[in-house]
Structures are given as C-alpha cells and as structure tokens.
Design a protein around this ligand. Structure first.
Ligand code: HEM
Length: 500
C-alpha cells in the first residue's frame, strides 16, 4: 500500500519538467517512423507554418546549409504544409543525381503553373521534356555550343561589349546592362540567327524584363505565394512577374513568327528554323500529336533566353567585381594573358595555356554560387541513405553546399584560386565543383556558358584594368551575392581603364 501511495504521489516540479523535457527532445530530434521506413530528421514544424518562420526567405540556401550542420546531409523541412527533403554536401548530391534515377523529375511550384511554363525544358517532365532537351542539345551543338561557330559569335560580341565599355570613357558605371545585353545576344544569335544593337529598345526591354523576372520569382513575397497560394495571390511581385513574363513571351512569339514567314528549309538561321523544319517534316509524314508543337517551341526559346542570360552575365559581373577588389589577383591574370597571348585575339584554345586564369574563372564561379539550389522531386518511393522518401516529394538540392563543402575545399569561404591549381601551378579539376548541377537535369547550356565565361572575361581583362570608382576603396566593395532563385552581385559601379 505504501508503495502504491508513493507511486500515486504527485511528482515534484523538477521531475515533471525532466519528463516533459525528455518527451520534447524525443519529439524534436527522434526520426519519425512510418510503416514504410524512417523519414529523414528535421526541425519540428509548427502547425500551418511548418518551419517557414525559421527560414530566411531572402537567403533560403544559407538557413538550409546551417540546418544541414544539425540534421545531416539528408533532412526534411516543412514549408507551410508541404514537406521538402533537402540534400546537402557534395557526396550526397552526387549520389542522388548521378547514381540514382529517382531524383530527376522537376518540381513545379504554383507560380510556375500560373506562368504556364510546363512546356519546353526547364519545368517540363516526361517524354516531351526528354525530346526537347535532346533537340536543344543537338541544335545548340550545331549552332555553336562547344564549336567554332559559338566561338566566333562570342568573339564578335566581345568587340561590341568592349566598344560599349570604351564609350564610358573611364567614368564609373555598373556593368550589369552591357554584360546582360552581350550575353543575351549570344542566345539570340543561336536561337534566331540575329544579334541586336545595345540601343535597340525592344531588345533591351526584353533583357531588362527577363532580369527583373528572375529577381521577382525568387522574391520573399513570391515564395510566400508558393507556400500559401490561396492566401497570397494578391502580392504585387506576382502580378508584376506575370505581366513581365507574358510581355516577353509576346515579343518572342513575334520574332518566331517573323522567322516562320521567311523560312527557307535549305538554310537554317538558328534553332527556331531547325525546329520549324522538323515540325513541317513530321506534319508532312502524317505524324499526329508530336512534341514539335508551337507551345514547345515558344517555351524552349523562353527557357534558353532566361536560363542563359542572367546566370552567365551575373557570373561575369561578379568576376569583374572580384578582380577590382583583389587587385593582386587581377595583376597575375593580366601578367599571364600578356605573357601567353600578348596583343593578339584570345581564342578558346588558349585556355589550356592559361592555367592561372582558368583557375580564377572557376573560383569566381564557385564563389558566385549563382544557382544556390534547385528543386526536383522523387519519381517513385525511394529509400536513400537509409531514409524513406515518398513518391512526388519535393527534393531541394543545395548546390551551394557542394561549392562550399568543408570536406572538399581547403578554404570554402574565401576567394582562393589555388583551389583549382596543383603544386606545379597546373589547372586541376575538382569533383565538388557543381555549379551546373549533375545527372539527367544537368544544365543544357554548360559548354556554351563555359566558353562565354572564358572569352568574355579574358577579352575584358586583356583590354581594361578594373578599379573602384574615385573615393571608394577596394575594401568598400561589397561582394555579397543576393537574390532568391538565382543570385547576383548588388548594384555597384566600377571604372574600366583602357590598357591598350
Ligand atoms: C554560368 C552560367 C550557368 C549556370 C551556373 C547554370 C546553371 C544551371 C543549373 C544549376 C541548372 C539546374 C539543373 C538541375 O535542375 O539539376 C540549369 C538548368 C538549365 N540551364 Fe543552365 N546555367 C548556366 C547557363 C546556361 C545557358 C547559357 C543556357 C542556355 C543555352 C542554360 C540553359 C539551361 C536549361 C535549358 C536548363 C534546364 C535543364 C533541364 O531541366 O533539363 N543555362 N542551369
């Protein structure tokens, strides 16, 4: 009876707090088990909000990187009511994207559905995606990518870019516009077979809208809309994004129509002509319901333009900013360029003789971290690293965590070209360098982008010395990358002094 009394006695406050504490810890940290297996661990979600209040929507990838230090390379977070699995670190990302076929489906958030982007390549899935991706890769190769033709187009554009910068006459300017016009022209040459002047307002407005849209799609208010589409449909950023996207689509449709009206099947001017010829061939052969339809043509053109402009131009702008900040590294690049190439035209084949410059360009891309994360989803139920992940779960691949993986890089947070050099000063590849992602969804424009970065960067440094504007020191230059969907350097002016 005495034992019973003791058992029934009310526990002390300390014991009670201890018991509550243990349950709370189990609730927060213990992986949840459902009947199919253990779910990845992760911070405990709040009802309705999930972990949304713990995530900095302006720098989502940073918060997630920090969470991976607590929960490991595979963890889950709740954005609102939807559960997202996050994959972090080079080895885990590689295992998921390269050695496992379950992670290559694209996740389509509400804003992308509103923008009707399900055709084309980036937000498409299934057979149509496979066909458009294959067709784009083949044609980008034919119209230049990794080939002589694109080298010539880029070198011609470098000259226009140099002229535009020369016209600044040594005065401070923000290079963002001339750079995005130059890079957009490479895509236009490949897609339409035409480049545009930098003072063609129809062209510059299209580039400006694409740049603005990339900023808006990653903005906190559009992310909020993606989490709670029924509540936040009214946000201004969403309306502006829709307006800009559909205006650009109308402009691109007109350009395509112009090419269609003047199509000569014997001479392909670019990607659009090839697509139209293939479409006609299929129609003539009586093929019905093929993937070569107007929606796929328009959306593939939209995809190449948007994916191919902001990413490359932000990387080059970041490169110029880093060269201005780290003048001693700019000195070394210019010394190597003068020694190896001198005053003649730089060519793509010079890269192999410019190991230091090549290492600097790779390190710029690693630090730029222009696409910090991508969202795929599982194509089937999958057990990955011991965790069960249900079919159709969004999977956020934290590419930034590979580019900054502490197990892979000697100084992950510092601008250190030595990451890409061996002891003899030869260029060395690094496995964790995944700015273009990997596997079935790897960037379609990787070879083109690599050639653009090399030729634009080297031509500009051969011609100009970049310095801070008067009254600004190298230490004042802000090298933080900002944005949501893709990152870019903040608005900042530089001065370009002619070297020739
Ligand atoms: C520095 C420049 C660039 C970077 C860092 C970059 C990075 C990326 C990344 C990370 C992805 C997502 C891959 C994934 O979902 O796993 C991607 C996809 C894509 N990129 Fe790029 N990109 C660049 C330039 C370009 C260029 C120049 C083009 C156009 C020719 C392009 C076209 C595409 C397309 C069409 C996709 C979608 C691929 C698919 O979903 O199958 N990108 N890019």
């Amino acid at each position: 009876m005495a034992v019973m009394d003791q058992f029934l006695q009310f526990p002390s406050t300390t014991t009670l707090l201890g018991i509550v504490g243990i349950f709370l810890a189990l609730y927060v940290f213990f992986p949840r088990i459902n009947h199919q297996g253990i779910e990845p661990p992760g911070p405990r979600p709040l009802p309705l909000f999930g972990n949304f209040l713990q995530v900095d929507l302006k720098m989502r990838y940073k918060t997630l990187h920090n969470l991976s230090k607590t929960y490991g390379p595979v963890f889950k977070v709740h954005f609102g009511t939807s559960k997202v699995v996050v994959l972090a670190g080079y080895k885990t990302i590689r295992e998921a994207l390269v050695s496992n076929s379950a992670f290559s489906v694209r996740n389509v958030p509400p804003i992308v559905k509103d923008l009707k982007l399900s055709h084309g390549i980036i937000f498409a899935n299934g057979d149509s995606w496979r066909e458009m991706r294959h067709f784009a890769l083949t044609n980008l190769r034919d119209f230049g990518m990794g080939k002589k033709a694109s080298e010539e187009q880029i070198l011609e554009e470098c000259q226009h870019l140099i002229d535009a910068i020369k016209a600044k006459d040594g005065k401070a300017f923000d290079p963002v516009k001339p750079l995005s016009h130059a890079v957009a022209n490479i895509i236009c040459s490949i897609v339409y077979g035409t480049r545009f002047d930098y003072d063609d307002t129809a062209f510059t407005s299209m580039v400006g809208r694409a740049r603005k849209n990339t900023e808006l799609i990653g903005s906190p208010s559009v992310q909020l809309y993606n989490l709670f589409p029924r509540l936040f449909g009214w946000v201004e950023a969403r309306k502006e994004l829709m307006k800009g996207a559909f205006t650009n689509r109308r402009c691109m449709k007109e350009l395509i129509q112009g090419l269609q009206d003047t199509l000569n099947p014997q001479s392909h001017r670019g990607f659009v002509d090839s697509f139209l010829v293939r479409k006609r061939q299929l129609e003539a052969s009586g093929a019905m319901n093929t993937d070569y339809n107007e929606d796929n043509l328009l959306l593939t053109v939209v995809n190449l333009f948007t994916a191919g402009t902001e990413t490359s131009s932000s990387t080059i702008k970041y490169g110029l900013l880093l060269m201005t900040k780290y003048a001693e590294i700019q000195d070394k690049v210019q010394e190597e360029l003068s020694r190896v190439v001198g005053c003649r035209q730089i060519l793509a084949q010079d890269r192999k003789n410019l190991p230091y410059t090549d290492a600097v360009i790779h390190e710029i891309q690693r630090m730029a971290n222009v696409v910090p994360s991508v969202v795929h989803q599982t194509s089937r139920d999958v057990t990955f690293q011991g965790y069960f992940i249900k079919k159709a779960t969004p999977v956020l691949i934290l590419l930034s965590s590979s580019l900054q993986d502490e197990d892979e890089w000697e100084k992950p947070g510092s601008f250190n070209p030595a990451h890409f050099l061996d002891e003899e000063g030869h260029f060395r590849k690094r496995d964790a360098f995944l700015p273009f992602s990997a596997g079935a969804r790897v960037c379609v424009g990787e070879s083109l982008a690599r050639m653009e970065l090399f030729l634009f960067f080297t031509c500009l440094l051969q011609y100009f010395r970049f310095v801070p504007p008067p009254g600004v020191t190298e230490d004042d230059l802000d090298t933080t990358m900002e944005g949501g969907f893709t990152l870019s350097p903040s608005a900042q002016e530089l001065v370009a002094i002619s070297r020739v």
